[in-house]
Design a protein around this ligand. Structure first.
Ligand SMILES: Nc1nc2c(c(=O)[nH]1)N[C@H]1C(S)=C(S)[C@@H](COP(=O)(O)O)O[C@H]1N2
Ligand SMILES: [Mo]
Length: 203
């Protein structure tokens, strides 16, 4: 059943989506434990320097944060409206670890090898969220860090994020390899890989 819609939310609902009661949590597999001593965050692949940069937990937690209000559209058709995230914008990471000019794509890596590929232009709009509603993320929302790619389907918003890999050539992530659309724009209902037009996916 659909929940109550706040003013303006209907215009923000992509085709085929509905607003559920509450704010569902959804993911594949179990919630990982956070071990601050060994946790790190790596930026690798096609960096401008050719080197990988690894942040410890204190280093990552000290980076500049911004607030982003975004709607989360799960491909299973529920949309959670107006989530207030706070975290490190991709711009800050890109200044600290610039990608090579040849890098056009990014793989977001979570714990256990969950991954999602996005274009560099999507990456530029991504937030590395550490907080939801002015509180640290809960474990099931992705504590300590998750990606929020506000304009693409929810599977691209990788929880328990551990690494960013800049890529010259595109590669498919976890769900993109399992029949989901390489780009995943909810406004175009890009749900499944069979809908991909030439040029929208890796060869
Ligand atoms: N690491 C990881 N991140 C993940 C997933 C997952 O299975 N593993 N599921 C994705 C999917 S399909 C969606 S819709 C959102 C759901 O975010 P939520 O649980 O905060 O609502 O997380 C995404 N991030
Ligand atoms: Mo999803």
């Amino acid at each position: 059943m659909e929940g109550r819609h706040a003013r303006g939310e209907d215009d923000r609902l992509p085709p085929g989506q509905y607003i559920p009661r509450g704010r569902p949590v959804i993911h594949y597999g179990r919630v990982p434990a956070f071990k601050p001593q060994t946790w790190n965050f790596s930026v690798s692949g096609a960096t401008a320097s050719g080197r990988e940069r690894v942040f410890t937990w204190p280093e990552f937690a000290a980076l500049e944060r911004e607030t982003l209000i975004a709607d989360l559209h799960c491909v299973t058709k529920f949309s959670i409206m107006g989530m207030e995230w706070r975290g490190v914008p991709a711009r800050v990471l890109m200044e600290l670890v610039p990608p090579s000019p040849q890098a056009r794509h990014v793989m977001l890596w979570g714990e256990y090898g969950y991954s999602a590929n996005i274009r560099m232009s999507d990456f530029a709009a991504t937030l590395f969220a550490l907080e939801l509603d002015e509180k640290p993320l809960t474990p099931e929302r992705g504590f300590p860090v998750r990606a929020v790619v506000p304009h693409l389907y929810g599977w691209k918003s990788v929880k328990w994020l551990r690494a960013v890999e800049y890529m010259v050539e595109d590669r498919r992530g976890f769900w993109e390899e399992r029949g989901y659309h390489n780009i995943g724009d909810p406004w175009r209902e890009q749900r499944y890989s069979y809908q991909e037009e030439p040029g929208e996916g890796p060869p």
